[in-house]
Write a protein that binds this ligand. Structure first.
Ligand code: OFO
Length: 172
């Protein structure tokens, strides 16, 4: 059974994961509006992945005897000056999420809540991937600069990203 303090912190994380989903959905809409379907597809898959992250927390809170309480989701930015700016924002956001996961790990340790500690390890590893993926694309965008041809090449490649599997699954 999780503590009230842990329940509150996990509910806050559900909100943050849903905000991540909202940020990426807004980025997808911006890319669709700018005729960059590959970037949009990548962001749509990322949106699904974030919903899955939120629902994995949801499932855990319930299973651990807590109560899921949903809060309002903050409004995400609607547009970005370039794909590079969007991926800069994405990497910055993922670093915030990583910090938040680390705080949860610290709280679990503080409370000797071993079950939550074990549960959170999946997210610790996932955040390494999340930051690495965003950074890899960001570095390539920096390489091609504003050149239309390079952007279109990356767009084609990102369009191949498949959608995330069902919540709670082993998505990457
Ligand atoms: Fe849920 O990993 Fe991104 O935000």
């Amino acid at each position: 059974m999780i503590s009230k303090k842990m329940e509150k912190a996990l509910n806050k994380q559900i909100n943050l994961e849903l905000y991540s989903a909202y940020i990426y959905a807004a980025m997808a809409a911006d890319f669709d509006a700018k005729n960059l379907p590959g970037f949009a597809q990548w962001m749509k898959a990322q949106t699904q992945e974030e919903v899955a992250h939120a629902m994995k927390f949801y499932g855990y809170v319930n299973e651990a005897g807590g109560r899921v309480v949903l809060d309002a989701i903050e409004k995400p930015p609607a547009s970005y000056a370039s794909p590079l700016k969007a991926f800069e924002a994405s990497l910055k956001h993922e670093r915030v999420v990583t910090k938040s996961i680390y705080h949860l790990v610290d709280l679990a340790k503080e409370e000797s809540d071993h079950a939550t500690s074990v549960f959170l390890q999946w997210y610790v590893a996932e955040q390494v991937e999340e930051e690495a993926h965003a950074d890899a694309i960001l570095q390539r965008l920096k390489m091609v600069g504003e050149a239309g041809h390079g952007i279109l090449m990356i767009d084609r490649e990102l369009g191949q990203r498949q959608s995330a599997p069902a919540p709670g699954g082993e998505e990457d």
